[in-house]
Write a protein that binds this ligand. Sequence first.
Ligand code: ADP
Ligand code: MG
Length: 140
Amino acid sequence: MIYETMSPKETFELGRKIGLEAKAGEIICLDGDLGVGKTVFTQGFAKGLGIDEAVNSPTFTIIQEYDEGRLPLYHFDVYRIGNPEEMYEIGYEDYFYGQGVCLIEWAKLIEELIPDEAKIVLIEKNLENGLDYRKITVSD
Ligand code: ADP
Ligand code: MG
């Protein structure tokens, strides 16, 4: 599915709708350049799961867990990861193959660890359509 949004609010809303339908065990990869809206999407997604706590990029921790929603949310940001070995150190398999939902910003950097069943959400700008335009491709 291809969506187009014209504001952070619309991207948040798309994330929220997808979060409402999220199922236990799901893994969603968020790809796209820095500042494209991966965290905005995640904030909406968290809202859809029923999480009211503030969600930001887990810059210093790789993963942040939120337990107050309908399902546990495991929010990864692997941007600063040196190599995929670090994922083993944090015990990523417990999250990927657990009963929560994983959202992974910069999933491309750990491509070899991503299960085939994972969904991919790719967010892209197109400056010809304005600074706030985003094309969001959701594949599964
Ligand atoms: P990322 O996590 O991909 O690095 P962020 O979600 O942190 O990016 O930041 C996206 C930035 O782009 C925010 O400052 C947001 O306000 C802005 N923005 C402008 N238009 C949009 C849009 N259509 N969707 C999402 N974010 C947008
Ligand atoms: Mg981010």
